[in-house]
Write a protein that binds this ligand. Structure first.
Ligand SMILES: O=C(CO)COP(=O)(O)O
Length: 249
């Protein structure tokens, strides 16, 4: 069965609650689609107003992070139950910015992935190499490690439902999209890794996005690749262009 495409916006640390609602109102008619899953991953404080604003549309709400404990003395963190109660369906985990600035590791990402599944939230687990790693020819080794550790103790049935986002760090926010060949090569490598860890059926079911300077011009070719099932979009998700990316065909 063909995998359904999924295009998610990662708003990062942008938009106050009132700005967020205004942006949703602007984007709503532009991102309508019958054949692509559309997710807005927004800052924690924007989740409740955005969930309200998207009611009755095809847009689903995602979070950009989540803690791996149930509740308690973890000042400043957000629990999975809080996200579920607020209407969140997806959570971005292990984004390279969280790894770089907030010391997230493959191990903490794995704890978060497991916790998200416990609460019925679909993880969008991010991976991707630095420019240095690409130049040294260790891209696939590095990503395989990120994926394998990130998925420890995740069952095949769970893995089938999740999303992996391949985001080469050198392509994020730089305007330098990976070439279609580079993106397809790594996404296909990730799928092969899933087949090794689990089986062919799991590899065929899991959705793999590309992220890194995706825009309305580059999306059509990227999303047409056999192993690229959509995108995780940063800057362009805050603009009307996001509608063109969702409706890339
Ligand atoms: O990090 C990204 C999405 O998670 C990509 O960001 P840009 O689309 O702004 O490069």
């Amino acid at each position: 069965m063909a995998r359904r495409k999924i295009v998610a916006g990662n708003w990062k640390m942008n938009k106050t609650p009132s700005e967020a609602v205004a942006l949703v109102e602007e984007l709503k008619p532009l991102v309508a689609s019958d054949d692509v899953d559309v997710v807005f991953c927004v800052p924690a404080i924007d989740i409740i107003p955005v969930a309200e604003a998207v009611k009755g549309t095809n847009i689903q709400v995602g979070a950009e992070n989540m803690y791996f404990e149930e509740k308690g003395a973890y000042t400043g963190e957000i629990s999975p139950a809080m996200l579920v109660d607020a209407g969140v369906k997806y959570v971005v985990l292990g984004h390279s910015e969280r790894r770089e600035y907030f010391a997230e590791t493959n191990e903490t990402v794995n704890k978060k992935v497991l916790k998200a599944f416990e609460h019925g939230i679909t993880p969008i687990m991010c991976c991707g190499e630095t420019l240095e790693q690409r130049e040294q020819g260790v891209t696939m080794d590095f990503i395989r490690q990120q994926v394998k550790v990130g998925l420890q103790n995740v069952t095949a049935d769970q893995a089938k439902t999740m999303v992996i986002a391949y985001e080469p760090i050198w392509a994020i926010g730089t305007g330098k999209t990976a070439t279609t060949e580079q993106a397809q090569e790594v996404c296909s490598g990730i799928r092969a890794c899933i087949a090794e860890v689990y089986d062919e059926a799991t590899a065929e079911a899991i959705r793999i996005q590309y992220g890194g300077s995706v825009n309305a011009t580059t999306a059509p070719e990227l999303f047409a690749q056999p192993d690229i099932d959509g995108g995780l979009v940063g800057g362009a998700a805050l603009k009307p262009d996001f509608g063109k990316i969702v409706n890339y065909k």
